[in-house]
Design a protein around this ligand. Structure first.
Ligand code: MN
Ligand code: MN
Length: 247
């Protein structure tokens, strides 16, 4: 079930060179019709999740809330359970949000596979993180398409009897284009690309605006060691990655 070519969230590049090779267990590529994951077996979380968002993905399907193990993981790998976060003090934090996949029941349900989650502080998940998700959907509803990457970084402990690593921060990177075709080749130095890095430990005020955490793409590349947007020619890539977003 590979994504349709015009929906491939990796057309701008594969930031960690993830591969669908079970020997590559900590950078294991899992393409799904709704989003693509680089999975980390030892952390039992994604390294990153990538998806494309435009208004056609947004509809009126209610949250399915059908949290469940991802049985598409290779045989023998630990499958995180829906109950593994219970009592941990952390939210099940969607990486590809439920709200970005509301055009059908199967598409919304896919966001509840446990490979799409990291342990998130509620003040992060329900605060600036969620506010930024809503902002991205507003851009899509205004006629834009977005390519989004997000994931965890750092290690401040584990939950689920040591199975699942709790990140120190969660980060996100977006590139925003008006709806159109041939997306990689119409990026210019004026194209909007930026990120956020949000603390995943106290103190964090749930009411902090997402813009307080806004950073350049370069800052997320430095944090994670990943290289985003490698399909964009180097000059333009460097320009948009170091530019500060002010909108
Ligand atoms: Mn969330
Ligand atoms: Mn880059």
């Amino acid at each position: 079930n590979a994504p349709l070519p015009n929906e491939d969230p990796l057309i701008f590049g594969n930031p960690s060179n993830a591969t669908p090779d079970i020997a590559n267990e900590n950078n294991y590529l899992m393409p799904k019709p709704q989003y693509t994951i680089s999975y980390n077996r030892s952390k039992a979380t994604p390294n990153w999740v990538a998806w494309r968002l435009d208004s056609t993905w947004i509809g009126s399907t209610p949250r399915q809330d059908d949290y469940r193990p991802d049985t598409s993981l290779p045989a023998g790998w630990y499958q995180v359970l829906d109950t593994d976060y219970s009592g941990s003090g952390y939210d099940r934090g969607h990486m590809c949000p439920s709200g970005d996949r509301t055009n059908s029941i199967p598409n919304n349900s896919a966001t509840f596979l446990m490979t799409n989650f990291v342990p998130q502080l509620s003040a992060n998940n329900q605060g600036p993180w969620e506010e930024f998700e809503t902002y991205c959907r507003s851009l899509a509803n205004q006629g834009n398409e977005l390519y989004i990457f997000d994931g965890p970084s750092g290690n401040i402990g584990t939950i689920a009897q040591g199975h699942v690593v709790v990140p120190a921060v969660t980060w996100k990177v977006v590139i925003v284009l008006p709806n159109g075709s041939d997306d990689v080749h119409r990026v210019t130095r004026a194209t909007r690309a930026f990120g956020i890095i949000v603390p995943n430990q106290p103190p964090l005020d749930i009411n902090t605006p997402w813009r307080n955490f806004r950073v350049t793409v370069d800052a997320v590349e430095y944090l994670t060691g990943y290289d985003f947007f490698t399909a964009i020619p180097k000059n333009t890539q460097e320009l948009i990655e170091r530019k500060r977003d002010r909108e």
